[in-house]
Design a protein. Structure first.
Length: 339
């Protein structure tokens, strides 16, 4: 290479080393900024996209009643579509089991098939947990027998009491002890576990004292376990939420209940008009004040009450009226200071 050529080569090399490196760095930096801006450009600092739709993040922990579970899970499923950044988990430990976690501040929302008890309320107060009760639907308790049961179409409240009261344990064992026309065969009982709000409600309505019944029966907080038990046992009799009967009506036989005013089957109409008594009731969700201050929880509760009217019937429950849902929504908004 000539001296001139060598000098030209050195100049080009110097130019690249001196100028091209910074230019290349600036170029890379510009690309990086563009990528960051494009990923953030559709959202501002408030978490809204360009369409003004709020996209939330966070976790919502829910537990409690197996009766209310299908409603809350249906709402949660729709909410996850609307807010995919929010992780909503729904457990089933029974109303009482849920209230234990609720009172310790371990969950944000408790599904409840009965109102909170005074001792549960006291635990919440002791742990400085303020909360709000919201009614979300109506439910009826279904009394069911096996499909092969040909001798029972209806039962009275008095007969149910004779079967389930504590004094019956070890003594009342066969169908004919309840009605002489029924067979002299041993019956097998299936019902809600003691942590279930359904158990409390049933024992109060039938036996006359909440939480008081015979103990020699198959108990579970999971209504699906009870469905399987009754459907597989010719001499079974059980009780659980009407929605679980509706989901399994091909495997179960529904029994009418007579409270002294005639035999009534549970249905949307008889539960709404109060004729299916005493086994119809409202169901609830409870939310802590601390959780309700979080935007994702606030959004979930609003979504719940705004969409329950359409989702509740889909899972076999009876919705409140439009006015009742609006009243619950107003109650929540006042609780959170958003109204």
């Amino acid at each position: 290479m000539t001296d001139a050529g060598n000098g030209q080569y050195l100049c080009i090399k110097f130019f690249k080393a001196t100028y091209m490196k910074p230019i290349f760095q600036v170029f890379l930096m510009a690309i990086a900024i563009t990528i960051v801006m494009s990923s953030c450009g559709s959202k501002d600092s408030s978490g809204e996209n360009k369409n003004g739709e709020t996209k939330l993040q966070g976790d919502i922990k829910i537990d409690g009643s197996s009766t209310v579970y299908p409603i809350t899970e249906a709402v949660a499923e729709e909410f996850r579509v609307d807010q995919p950044g929010v992780n909503v988990t729904v457990g089933v430990s029974g109303t009482g089991g849920g209230f234990k976690k609720f009172g310790r501040g371990e969950i944000d929302i408790n599904d409840a098939s009965r109102p909170i008890k005074s001792q549960e309320d006291s635990i919440c107060k002791a742990n400085n947990i303020n909360f709000l009760e919201l009614k979300v639907a109506f439910d009826g308790l279904a009394v069911v027998v096996n499909k092969q049961n040909t001798w029972i179409t209806g039962i009275t409240v008095e007969q149910l009491k004779k079967i389930w009261e504590p004094a019956a344990q070890g003594k009342i064992k066969t169908w004919n002890q309840i009605n002489p026309a029924w067979p002299k065969e041993e019956f097998h009982l299936y019902g809600a576990g003691i942590a279930s709000g359904t158990y409390d409600y049933f024992t109060e309505a039938v036996v006359g004292k909440s939480g008081s019944s015979r103990g020699d029966y198959t108990a579970s907080e999971d209504d699906n376990v009870l469905v399987q038990g009754v459907s597989g046992d010719k001499n079974a009799l059980g009780f659980f939420g009407l929605a679980y009967y509706e989901e399994n009506k091909d495997a179960l036989k529904l029994v009418s209940v007579d409270n002294g005013k005639g035999a009534i089957l549970p249905s949307v109409e008889t539960i709404k008009n109060g004729t299916y008594a005493p086994l119809s009731r409202p169901v609830f969700i409870y939310v802590t004040q601390g959780a309700s201050k979080r935007e994702e929880v606030k959004s979930f509760i609003n979504f719940y009450l705004e969409n329950a009217a359409s989702l509740v019937p889909d899972v076999g429950y009876i919705p409140l009226t439009t006015e009742e849902y609006q009243a619950q929504l107003t109650k929540f908004q006042e609780f959170t200071g958003t109204k």
